[in-house]
Each structure stands twice: as structure tokens, then as C-alpha cells.
Design a protein around this ligand. Structure first.
Ligand SMILES: Cc1ncc(COP(=O)(O)O)c(C=O)c1O
Length: 395
């Protein structure tokens, strides 16, 4: 079959990309305009842009060091492994908290085991675009005196109790990299309501180098290629050429930089369409959720009460890896690509000083070994949704 549904996609038109060329003329700061638009969309006091979400985390942690000498930063044991890098770059220590099989993110009930007088910050992460209530975490933060950075990389626009996640803690970070609900190929945002933190973050951001000239020249072409290759009619026939760019390796560093004006123009345009994209993702995600929820072979994450998920991906945890492999192969045959996300928990990829003889985070390992993500983006058509449901029904 030629046509194939990719694992992730953002419908970005060539016309939208052409608008970016405005940035090559005049002195207007499109970055500043995008930051204002983003802050307004999120309902946050301040928003700052960066070349990556990773950079935004690094700058936030650096800013916190002006307020506290504490050294530990807590993340879930199953998450994007490169979160270790900004923590270490800021001279801090990553600490893992066990993951929950019910939410596929940090198990907040296990947090009291890992926070102490040296905890500087905790990062709740809304994996796959599922928002969760963080009141108990915010209460614990107040009691123990640590900061909360909501990692909303995968959940921009997701709501809980009518509030956007990413604005509930001290700050929120967002990624605009490939595979997110709205993407400018790369990029990251940081929002905060704290004027004190914003002042330091702004100063630190202004000290970062700008994107290189060669990047500014290349980005229109990169975005055009990105817009084209994620379309099912191109993704299928050219899969062999695209596949090497799909898999990300485990990095050992990153270069903090500013965002670019070209991307900021695209970002402002996509931001206006984000609610529309999220509505489509929610609709398609819920059709899949309702159809798969009682399947005895799998576990789906809980949808929190009064929440609006934005289905960055549709995550399925299989009780047996054999079943996962079978489903992956059958969906591929039917023209639907799937993803495996993080194949190992964080402490299996980076040496964080945890005992290697004993598995300290069995839930994180369970998720890493058995998780398959299904597409839930706007290019997923109803016919493909039916095919997905059919494959699961036949198990
Ligand atoms: C939850 C989460 N946090 C942080 C990041 C890092 O984002 P970036 O690649 O923009 O640095 C990602 C990216 O995949 C992510 O999914």
C-alpha cells in the first residue's frame, strides 16, 4: 500500500511557510510578537521562546538557582530521557520518581519517597497530551518549599477544570519540535506568572546566542520538507528515505540558543489553529479510546475527571509484548505507522547512580517495554480509525 498514516503530523501549508519570509526584511521582532501571542493563549503573565524545550528547562533551573541552593530535580522514571541533560547542565542532580500504570506519568503517591530538603524542583509531565490534577503536588511543594515546572511539551492547550495545564505551577515548558501538536520543526516556550522569575529568565534568554545564519537560511527548506513528508500520500511512497529521520538517538548534550524570527511567524500562525487541531485530536482520540477501553490485552491511561486531553499520541500499553508486535505489524500492513517512544526508562540510558542489580522502577520499565503509540493527528482519517479498531477487535 502506498498511502501511509505517519505517527505524527501537523498540517502546515506551504502558504503558511512562505509568510515566514517576512522575517528577512525590516526590523520587526516576530519573536516578541509570538511570545505575546503565546502568553495570551496560555493565560500566562510571561512567555519566553528558545530553540528547544530542553533549553527552556535549563534556563528555568538556572533562574531557580538564584533563589535556592537546593540541588535535586525530580522527573518520572519513564519519560523523554534527554530531560537529564538540562538538569545536569544547570549543575543539578536528576532524581527519578516511579511512574504510574494508571496515568503513564509520575506517580504522585510516590513523590513523598523522593522529595526532601534538597529538592529544588519537580517536573510533572503530561505525557501524550493527558492532563492530570496536580493539587496534591502543589500542596506538597508549598509544604516542602520546592518549585514546580509543568512539562507541557506534549499537551499545549490541554485543560483541567477549565484551566490550561502549564499555568498551574511556578512555570510551564512547551516543545515545538517535530511530533508535537503544533510544531515549527524545533523550538521551546517557557511561561510563568511570576514577575521575579520572568525578569531573570528574560535576562538569561537574552544572553543566549542567536540561531546561526546557516540555520536561518535552511529553516524555510526544512519546514517545507517537514510539511510534505508528514502527508500520507508522500509518507508512504518515500518511507525508506524518511525513516532514518524518525528515530532519535540518545543525546549527550544540547546547545542552548534563541528562537528564530522565521519560526516565530509560523508559530504565531499555527497557534491560531491549535484549538482546531486539538479538537480534531480529541474527537479522534475519544473514538479510539471508547472502542479500545475494554480490550483485555491492553491498558489505556485514565482520563482525569473534568479534563480535556489533546492526544499528542494515542498510547496503548500491552500486557504481552508479543501482542504489541503483532498489532504493530498488522497496522503497518494496513497503512498505519505506529511508534514506540522511549524504549527504556531514564536510568537504563543514563547512569544516575541507581543500583543496576535491582529494578527500582518496575512500572517505568513495564511501560517502556510495552508501549505502542497510535496516530491521533489531523491526517488520521475515519477509514484508518476503523482499521485500527478492527485490528484490536481481532486479537
Ligand atoms: C515531555 C517532553 N519534555 C521535553 C521534551 C524536549 O523537547 P525539545 O526537543 O523541544 O527540547 C520533549 C520532546 O520530545 C518531551 O516530549
Amino acid at each position: 500500500m502506498l498511502r501511509k498514516i505517519p505517527t505524527t503530523a501537523v498540517p502546515l501549508s506551504i502558504f503558511e511557510i512562505l509568510k515566514g519570509f517576512k522575517s528577512f526584511f525590516g526590523n520587526k521582532s516576530y519573536i516578541e510578537e509570538f511570545e505575546q501571542n503565546f502568553a495570551k493563549y496560555m493565560g500566562a503573565g510571561h512567555a519566553f521562546s528558545f530553540n528547544k524545550c530542553t533549553t527552556s528547562i535549563y534556563i528555568f533551573l538556572k533562574a531557580l538557582k538564584k533563589f535556592s541552593n537546593r540541588k535535586e530535580v525530580v522527573i518520572p522514571a519513564y519519560t523523554v530521557p534527554t530531560l537529564v541533560l538540562p538538569i545536569r547542565k544547570a549543575g543539578l542532580i536528576p532524581i527519578l520518581c516511579e511512574s504510574s500504570l494508571e496515568t503513564l506519568t509520575m506517580d504522585f503517591n510516590r513523590l513523598p519517597d523522593v522529595v526532601n530538603d534538597n529538592t529544588l524542583c519537580v517536573l510533572p509531565i503530561y505525557h501524550f497530551g493527558f492532563p492530570y490534577e496536580i493539587d496534591s503536588l502543589l500542596r506538597l511543594a508549598k509544604e516542602k518549599g520546592f518549585f514546580v515546572l509543568e512539562d507541557t511539551a506534549q499537551a499545549p492547550g490541554a485543560m483541567i477544570d477549565d484551566k490550561k495545564v502549564g499555568t498551574l505551577g511556578d512555570a510551564g515548558c512547551f516543545s515545538l519540535c517535530r511530533g508535537k501538536n503544533f510544531s515549527t520543526f524545533n523550538g521551546g516556550m517557557l511561561t510563568t506568572n511570576s514577575d521575579k522569575l520572568a525578569k531573570i529568565i528574560g535576562e538569561e534568554r537574552d544572553l543566549l546566542p542567536e540561531q546561526e545564519f546557516s540555520f536561518k537560511i535552511k529553516i524555510p527548506f526544512i519546514l517545507t520538507a517537514y510539511s510534505l513528508v508528514t502527508r500520507p500520500v508522500i509518507y508512504g511512497p518515500f518511507y525508506k528515505l524518511i525513516a532514518p529521520f524518525k528515530h532519535t538517538t540518545v543525546h549527550d548534550g544540547f546547545e542552548p540558543k534563541q528562537y528564530s524570527d522565521f519560526q516565530a511567524i509560523i508559530g504565531s500562525g499555527l497557534l491560531k489553529r491549535l484549538d482546531g487541531f486539538n479538537e480534531i485530536r480529541l474527537r479522534k482520540g475519544m473514538v479510539l479510546y471508547d472502542a479500545l477501553t475494554d480490550n483485555e490485552h491492553i491498558i489505556l491511561p485514565q482520563i482525569a475527571k473534568n479534563s480535556t486531553p489533546v492526544f499528542n499520541h494515542f498510547p496503548v500499553v500491552f500486557k504481552e509484548t508479543r501482542t504489541m508486535e503483532k498489532v504493530q505489524a498488522e497496522l503497518w500492513e494496513r497503512g498505519i505507522d505506529t511508534g514506540r517512544m522511549y524504549l527504556k526508562p531514564v536510568h537504563h540510558l543514563y547512569d544516575l547512580g541507581y543500583d543496576k542489580q535491582k529494578e527500582l522502577f518496575p512500572n517505568a520499565l513495564y511501560i517502556a517495554e510495552r508501549l505502542l503509540t497510535l496516530p491521533s493527528h489531523p491526517y488520521l482519517d475515519d477509514n484508518s480509525i476503523e482499521k485500527i479498531i478492527g485490528v484490536f477487535k481481532s486479537l
